[in-house]
Design a protein around this ligand. Structure first.
Ligand SMILES: C[S@@+](CC[C@H](N)C(=O)[O-])C[C@H]1O[C@@H](n2cnc3c(N)ncnc32)[C@H](O)[C@@H]1O
Length: 341
């Protein structure tokens, strides 16, 4: 086995796990690509499915910078960077997007893409602790160098806070019962692994809700992952920073995987499309906030039936697309020339 094929202490190789299959690959590239000579930013490298598809459509003058907060994804990206001089990867979070672009010497880019959530290698490696199908430690960190693993966070959380986490990030109907059961198991030293957590969720929900379409632990695992990784704050910081660094006519495409994430993305972009905060009864805008974006795809794009059949993990994906306005368009859409809203 070559050195590059090893994947750390677990002894697993890259080949033990399916590669990540990029979701909505061509629609995503069509959405952000406007100029084959342009500069682009892929904020979620993962295993590079979208990055490779974009590079295949860039000219020799085009450039792509990718980010990922997961050191394993960055290691995979560094291999790609060795074989393609148009490509660079930086270990950074969405919230550090501005610094990453500055490091590259880029003030503005032609297109920016986010493919939110987790990659297949993250979910499928038991030792990362993301999944209840593969028993592993209570971890769930995308960046194991910085953030606090799930076990430590659970040791410090109050029942009230945990209920809020499960409700806000998982829309979990049985949040109260599940939160109470998790903390009770922890006090009784019965919570050590993702299999324990799955079992606790299963028995915490009423009997009639245990065998539905989705496993009773699904929403709890999603909510805890979002909490451990501060994902909503990252999305907020990342989308605002992305919009700040798009050139006029530059495109933003965001793929989400559940309704809470999509609502957040939609509202963030909408706050740049319709930023005016004046009361509706005012005939003229007084707040002076000008739009900076226009929707290209307000109604989300979903995968085709063929894509879902080929890659069931694409099932819940949805993509929104918007474009950065020029200063003149912003002023015109704000009604500044006529003064009317
Ligand atoms: C769905 S995967 C992306 C898959 C990728 N498009 C591909 O085709 O291989 C999401 C990736 O984004 C990374 N990620 C999630 N949140 C992040 C954040 N706030 N900052 C940087 N990377 C993040 C994850 O570590 C993961 O590798």
């Amino acid at each position: 086995m070559g050195e590059l094929e090893r994947s750390g202490a677990s002894g697993h190789t890259e080949h033990d796990y399916p590669e990540h299959i990029p979701v909505l690959r061509e629609p995503f590239i069509d959405a952000i690509l406007s100029d084959p000579d342009g500069r682009y930013l892929d904020c979620t490298f993962g295993r590079g499915g979208h990055s490779r598809a974009l590079l295949a459509r860039l000219s020799p003058r085009g450039r792509l910078l990718a980010l990922d907060r997961d050191p394993e994804a960055v290691a995979a990206g560094e291999k790609l960077a060795q074989s393609d001089p148009r490509f660079t990867i930086i270990h950074a979070e969405f919230a550090e997007l501005g610094e990453a672009l500055a490091q590259q010497g880029w003030a503005q880019v032609s297109g920016i893409g986010f493919d939110l959530g987790v990659s297949s290698p993250q979910v499928d490696r038991a030792e990362r602790g993301f999944s209840f199908s593969h028993d592993g430690p209570l971890d769930m960190r995308m960046n194991s160098e910085h953030d606090m693993p799930l076990a430590q966070k659970l040791a410090r959380v109050s029942e009230r806070e945990l209920v809020t986490v499960l409700r806000s990030f998982g829309d979990e109907r049985y949040a109260q019962r599940i939160a109470r059961a998790i903390l009770k198991a922890q006090r009784e030293d019965r919570l050590h692994s993702t299999a324990d957590l799955e079992n606790i969720c299963f028995h915490a929900v009423p009997k009639g809700a245990r065998h539905g379409k989705t496993h009773p632990a699904t929403r709890t695992f999603q909510a805890l992952r979002i909490w451990v990784n501060g994902e909503m704050d990252q999305i907020d910081a990342g989308i605002h920073a992305a919009i700040d660094h798009l050139q006029p006519g530059g495109k933003l495409a965001v793929i989400s995987f559940h309704s809470g994430e999509d609502r957040r993305v939609r509202d963030l972009i909408e706050s740049h499309v319709h930023p005016c905060v004046c009361p509706p009864q005012l005939p003229v805008c007084m707040c002076g906030k000008q739009p900076t974006m226009r929707w290209l795809q307000k109604k989300p794009i979903r995968p085709s039936a063929a894509e879902v059949a080929e890659n069931p993990r694409s099932r819940s994906s949805l993509m929104r697309v918007a474009e950065r306005l020029s200063a003149a368009e912003s002023a015109r859409l704000a009604g500044y020339s006529g003064g009317l809203r």
